[in-house]
Design a binder for this molecule. Structure first.
Ligand SMILES: Nc1ncnc2c1ncn2[C@@H]1O[C@H](COP(=O)(O)OP(=O)(O)OP(=O)(O)O)[C@@H](O)[C@H]1O
Ligand SMILES: [Mg+2]
Length: 362
């Protein structure tokens, strides 16, 4: 539905050239929600603005449906209002002098619809975001979450081909943000809208996306399904940016397909090397998530173990967050809530080779 090919954007100011996007390509299938995720300044908003037509790219093409909305080499550029897209930004951009339904209906101005038709369609869009009961409320007299719902209804009302979101939840408090995430996911599944969603919040990206695209310095580092990108990151950058992980340095000792053995200060660890590109002898980082660590000794061909001293254990409701000092390295683990929490005592940890990822040392 949306195809971005070889996109480049350079900003030129008096004494500086900023390469905001360097050769970015990806596709968004019909009905899919694809998230652009990455640290501040990596080019997410610029990519989105190029799709919207609010920014003219320096190179590349973008197609929406079966037409090219921009093709730099061919000199083609379709202006934003003719791209048939709905947009939702971090600032809700609600008209303060209008009530809720007028805010939504306003998006239909200029389409030659009667006032009654506009009102009816606006009401339908408000119903989708569960705001129909507040249709006649003055827009400024809404909570942040309610204003954001109105902004979403306004983006939906004209039945655009796709929706673009730029950090739409970042002004909301943590609890509301969690609710709105689920709400957006529900909406997505209910009406099957194609969306590109920008966020720097990895847990938000994992929660709402069909695909996550991780960006860094204007380029794509990795694209994957949320579960794959979390469970099988292909680089140290991804493993660290998405979730929390332990990194243990080592050297690749032997390989049998994607199964590898690594020499580390904790002895030999067996794990999975997801890229297939690392050679024996390579410097690597072994990545193990805290929740993959289990207390107690265990042995077997597919089990790794290490031991150290429990330095800190904090009760966190469903689990105990613990720090173990092993060979001078701090290992974070999530242990069962009944784990012995006496600091200072020795503790053995084991983790499956399937949860042990071997990545190139960055
Ligand atoms: N109009 C502009 N002029 C010059 N440089 C710009 C302009 N807009 C963006 N940039 C630069 O382009 C790079 C990418 O910016 P962009 O806004 O796309 O980042 P982002 O990933 O959305 O970051 P954030 O998470 O902080 O919103 C940054 O280095 C930024 O400073
Ligand atoms: Mg941004």
């Amino acid at each position: 539905m949306i195809r971005v090919e070889g996109l480049r954007k350079t900003f030129q100011s008096k004494n500086e050239t900023v390469h905001a996007i360097r050769d970015v390509s990806f596709e968004v299938g019909s009905g899919e929600i694809v998230t652009l995720l990455g640290p501040s300044g990596c080019g997410k908003t610029t990519t989105l603005r190029c799709i919207a037509g609010l920014e003219k790219p320096t190179g590349g093409k973008i197609a929406i449906g079966d037409r090219h909305v921009v093709d730099v080499e061919a000199g083609a550029f379709i202006p934003p209002h003719r791209r048939d897209l709905g947009m939702v930004f971090q600032s809700y951009a609600i008209w303060p002098h209008m009530n809720v339904i007028e805010n939504v209906a306003y998006a239909l101005e200029g389409r030659g619809l009667s006032k009654a038709d506009m009102r009816q369609q606006a009401m339908k869009a408000l119903d989708t975001v569960q705001m129909a009961h507040l249709a006649d409320r003055p827009a400024p007299r809404l909570s942040g979450g309610q204003q954001q719902r109105v902004a979403i209804a306004r983006a939906l009302v004209g039945h655009p081909q796709a929706l673009l979101f730029d950090e739409p939840l970042s002004n909301l408090d943590a609890k509301l943000r969690n609710e709105m995430r689920k709400e957006l996911r529900r909406l997505q599944q209910q009406i099957g809208l194609t969306s590109v969603y920008v966020t720097h919040d990895q847990s938000e990206a994992l929660a709402i996306s069909d695909w996550v695209i991780l960006m860094k310095d204007g380029a794509i580092v990795e694209k994957g399904r949320p579960t794959d990108i979390y469970r099988r990151p292909r680089s140290v950058f991804t493993a660290q940016f998405i979730g929390t992980t332990n990194l243990i340095p080592g050297r690749l000792e032997s390989r049998d397909g994607s199964q590898v053995a690594v020499a580390t200060s904790h002895g030999r660890l067996v794990g999975v090397e997801p890229t297939g590109a690392l050679e024996v002898g390579a410097k690597v980082q072994v990545s193990v998530r805290p929740e993959a660590m289990h207390a107690g000794a265990a042995a077997g061909p597919n089990v790794n173990s290490l031991s150290g001293a429990l330095e800190l254990a904090v009760f966190a409701g469903s689990a105990v967050e613990a720090e173990v000092r092993a060979n001078g390295e701090k290992i974070l683990c999530l242990l069962d809530y009944d784990a012995d929490r006496t600091a200072g005592h020795d503790i053995s940890l084991h983790f499956s080779s399937d949860d042990t990822l071997v990545l190139a040392d960055a």
